[in-house]
Design a protein around this ligand. Structure first.
Ligand SMILES: Cc1ncc(COP(=O)(O)O)c(C=O)c1O
Length: 396
């Protein structure tokens, strides 16, 4: 064994090139600087500070105790697919359970959709700054990613629609779009959606809509504008979603996607070769979340809105900080004047101010000079964080 190892050239002991080129998480890089420290007030991850509600946890436990420990259907249990179809139909427009596939997280839904749609050399377009996973997923499959940057002003982030449509040239395989957006909170308008959908129809381009934050929406109605509101039969649209944010279930690893039935069947095949199925007891917990979780979603959105309205003015009161009010999601993505290395800045915040924020560069080059703060937190914690940031900026 030893002789064989020595005889093996080093480059044969590693992954293929596309994997070697993937970026490691810059948020983790900052978080690692705090390992073993209990004094750090962390707002770097996109995770609520509350436990999964008890009525959901109890359902998972009940299913385990009832012996639901076996493999199940690739697409998800029928009851959950039905419940998700009802849920999506209520928020958007009618879909059936044949459009629904239950997945092992929103992350997995995006990876599966990409495995189904994009291969080596395919060109995909993304609107950035963006959650880094979504930028890297197509690259795992060997696709090429072209980014169209949102534009910042203290009034809000905006999309230059002409630039996006120009990037969606014939031959483009897919548009990946996350709205409400992580990290900026930018949310697409219905008018922009209609123009993008018409353009993609004309050129046969798939839209992969990451709707993870569709309920974390502070505007009119129960959900942010979605391509699901206006899609018609025959449209090349996949909407991916997750239980992580709306129902505070990050650690359960369950999500779903909505797709044309023809594509859903193919994605079911891919699930067999990825995870085979989502654990049944997790799906049981998901089922009660979907059917009984509306009051808790309303409470959570109210809480996040209060947190946002608490945080943004306090950020803007710090000299040199500019923060737009996000219409959705759960992040402030703010600019710090004169700061050009957000990674170094965030590492310094950890070491010198015991404050954990995510560097803007983690979300693409367009994010440099910015910092992300997840405000899914109590006012006391946010207030303490503001004090620490204020001091750190004053002493820079
Ligand atoms: C934009 C976006 N999409 C999808 C996800 C996936 O969530 P999960 O994999 O926990 O279901 C996240 C998680 O942070 C996210 O920020």
């Amino acid at each position: 064994m030893k002789a064989l190892e020595l005889a093996t050239p080093l480059n044969q002991l590693t992954a293929r090139d596309a994997v070697l080129r993937l970026r490691a998480s810059r948020i983790r890089e900052v978080a690692n600087a705090s390992l073993g420290r209990k004094d750090v007030l962390a707002f770097w991850f996109g995770e609520p500070d509350e436990l999964t509600p008890e009525f959901i946890r109890r359902e998972g436990i009940k299913a385990l105790e009832a012996g639901e420990t076996f493999y199940t259907h690739n697409f998800g249990i029928a009851e959950l697919r039905e419940a998700l179809a009802t849920y999506v139909s209520r928020l958007h427009q009618p879909v059936s359970s044949s459009n629904i596939v239950v997945t092992s997280s929103g992350m997995s839904a995006l990876m599966l959709a990409t495995q189904a749609l994009a291969g080596p050399g395919d060109r995909v377009v993304e609107v950035t700054p963006l959650w880094p996973n979504l930028v890297e997923i197509p690259k795992v499959l060997g696709a090429q990613v072209e980014c169209v940057a949102l534009e910042f002003s203290p009034q809000g982030w905006s999309l230059n629609l002409d630039r996006l449509l120009a990037a969606l040239r014939p031959g483009t395989r897919a548009l990946y779009i996350n709205s409400p957006n992580n990290p900026t909170g930018w949310t697409i308008t219905r008018e922009a959606q209609a123009a993008i959908l018409a353009h993609c129809r004309r050129h046969g381009i798939w839209i992969v809509a990451d709707d993870a934050y569709d309920r974390m929406w502070f505007g009119e109605g129960d959900a942010a504008p979605s391509f699901l509101d206006m899609a018609e039969t025959g449209d090349r649209l996949v909407s991916t979603n997750t239980f992580s944010k709306s129902w505070l279930m990050t650690g359960w690893r369950i999500g779903w996607l909505v797709a044309p039935p023809e594509l859903a069947v193919q994605i079911g095949k891919l699930i067999e070769y990825n995870t085979s199925c989502v654990p049944v007891f997790v799906q049981r917990a998901g089922l009660v979340a979907v059917t009984e979780g509306e009051p808790m979603i309303r409470r959570t959105v109210k809480r996040y809105r209060r947190a946002r309205d608490f945080l943004i003015p306090r950020l803007n009161a710090i000299p040199g900080v500019q923060a737009a009010t996000p219409p959705g999601a759960m992040y402030a993505f703010f600019r710090v004047q004169g700061m050009t290395d957000s990674l170094a800045f965030c590492k310094r915040l950890v070491v010198e101010a015991s404050l954990g924020l995510a560097p803007g560069i983690a979300f693409g080059p367009e994010g440099e000079g910015f910092v992300r703060w997840c405000f899914a937190s109590s006012e006391e914690r946010l207030a303490e964080g503001i004090e620490r940031l204020k001091k750190a900026i004053a002493s820079a």
